[in-house]
Write a protein that binds this ligand. Structure first.
Ligand code: CA
Length: 230
């Protein structure tokens, strides 16, 4: 279920679309002008905006630019033109995806779900993982160690998140390659080693003196909370 805002002036499109999207489990609000849509987008903070480009009071592209200046809400544009120039323009103006009229509620629903999966905080909320003083939050993609933020690259984050999801277990390099890198195993395990060493450095530890990341020689790596001193 997502909270959708549909900005569309054409009742013949809007009414059946609202009904069909509600039947698919979404909470749907609608606005029939650009200015009402902008206000609703800012006040009601929907999960996703579906924006018709042909609105009576303002060009939809202009509204998209105004919205983008103040909000990162995902936007799917509904356009009557399916030429490449138009589509490139709306994507460049900050749309996350587009549908070409006439489109079905099923298509819009599928695209909405895909956009929401990609957006931070979208889709099913995943809880933050906590291992000792390490906190890995998949929604904000932020990591803290003993309360202090740790800056990671996207790949380092995915690697740490996968390990933190299996605390105390040995995770093999093969599994990391398929799950984190999504490439088949075969000679690329140096990549894993290199990323693990970067991750260790950012967590302020080393392979020789591990706290969280323990190498299990010839098998893989295990993430666990350091034992309390003494
Ligand atoms: Ca229209």
């Amino acid at each position: 279920m997502a909270r959708l805002l549909l900005i569309e002036d054409d009742l013949a499109i809007r009414t059946p679309l609202i009904r069909a999207l509600r039947e698919r489990g979404h909470a749907v609000a609608a606005a029939s002008t650009a200015m009402a849509g902008l206000r609703d987008a800012l006040e009601d903070r929907p999960d996703l905006v579906v924006l018709d480009l042909g609105l009576p009071d303002l060009d939809g592209r202009e509204l998209l630019r105004m919205l983008r200046a103040v909000s990162s809400v995902p936007v799917i544009v509904a356009t009557a033109r399916d030429d490449e120039t138009e589509i490139v323009r709306v994507l460049d103006a900050g749309a996350d995806d587009y549908v070409v009229k006439p489109f079905t509620a099923a298509q819009l629903d599928a695209r909405a779900r895909a956009v929401l999966r990609r957006s931070p905080g979208g889709g099913t909320p995943e809880p933050a993982l906590v291992v000792g003083g390490l906190r890995v939050d998949p929604r904000s993609r932020q990591v803290t160690l003993d309360g202090a933020p740790v800056e990671l690259t996207p790949r380092e984050f995915d690697l740490l998140h996968h390990l933190a999801a299996h605390p105390g277990q040995v995770v093999t390099k093969r599994e990391l390659l398929t799950e984190v890198w999504q490439i088949p195993y075969g000679g690329a395990d140096k990549t894993v080693d290199v990323h693990l060493s970067w991750l260790r450095r950012k967590l302020g530890e080393s392979a020789q003196d591990p706290r969280y990341l323990h190498t299990v020689r010839g098998v893989g790596v295990r993430l666990e909370a350091p034992r309390a001193a003494g």
